[in-house]
Design a protein around this ligand. Structure first.
Ligand SMILES: CC(C)(COP(=O)(O)OP(=O)(O)OC[C@H]1O[C@@H](n2cnc3c(N)ncnc32)[C@H](O)[C@@H]1OP(=O)(O)O)[C@@H](O)C(=O)NCCC(=O)NCCS
Length: 173
């Protein structure tokens, strides 16, 4: 596909107020809740790029750099950094804001990969991404190396899945 899309066309922002039901016994946001926010905002960004359905193929990692406290704003910014044939790499930056003082902290970052799905339910090609700013170019340039690492990790995960199988410990086999 020769169509291109600018990174700015994929930028997606999501903010919410951290309230007690979303927090743990330390009064900070549940890690699982943050991961759900990350997947949600990243999927929106990928869909803006693909202009069609997408699935999450992988999340590289989420490094929880700083806790997100109750009563803070948690703000997530996502954009597509790199594309291959059918896959898109999405970067997410998570910033907490103390709503009283205005102090902001980068609390986590994450890279995810989404795959566009066609009408036949199979992966389908996506437009090429076009980075413009220094930040977009920096993230784009590092992407082939990250993609190569993912490829290796996927093959190790497949091997592990084959090795472990589907039986449960209490089942005779
Ligand atoms: C992701 C998925 C669509 C890939 O389908 P597939 O038939 O294995 O297709 P391929 O091996 O041809 O891979 C298609 C693309 O996905 C990429 N890909 C597949 N698995 C990947 C992974 N774990 N990490 C990063 N990229 C991955 C491939 O590199 C390829 O990219 P490219 O076309 O840009 O080169 C399929 O494995 C799937 O449906 N997985 C489950 C997704 C899901 O349910 N997500 C929700 C989580 S609960």
């Amino acid at each position: 596909m020769s169509e291109i899309r600018y990174v700015k066309e994929t930028r997606t922002f999501k903010a919410s107020h951290v309230l007690p039901p979303d927090t743990n016994n330390h009064n900070t946001l549940f890690g699982g809740k943050l991961m759900a926010h990350i997947d949600d905002v990243a999927a929106l960004s990928a869909m803006k790029h693909a202009r069609g359905p997408v699935v999450t193929a992988s999340t590289d990692s989420v490094d929880f750099l700083n806790p997100i406290k109750v009563d803070n704003e948690v703000a997530l910014e996502a954009f597509v950094t790199w594309t291959h044939h059918t896959s898109m790499e999405v970067f997410v930056k998570i910033v907490a804001e103390d709503l009283i003082t205005g102090e902001r902290t980068v609390c986590a970052t994450s890279f995810l990969t989404f795959v566009a799905i066609g009408e036949d339910g199979r992966p389908t090609t996506v437009p090429q991404i076009f980075p413009e700013t220094d930040e977009e170019k920096f993230l784009n340039q590092g992407a082939p190396e990250r993609a190569a690492n993912r490829k290796q990790r996927r093959s190790r995960s497949k091997h592990l899945a084959d090795l472990l199988g589907t039986h449960r410990p209490w089942e005779l086999h």
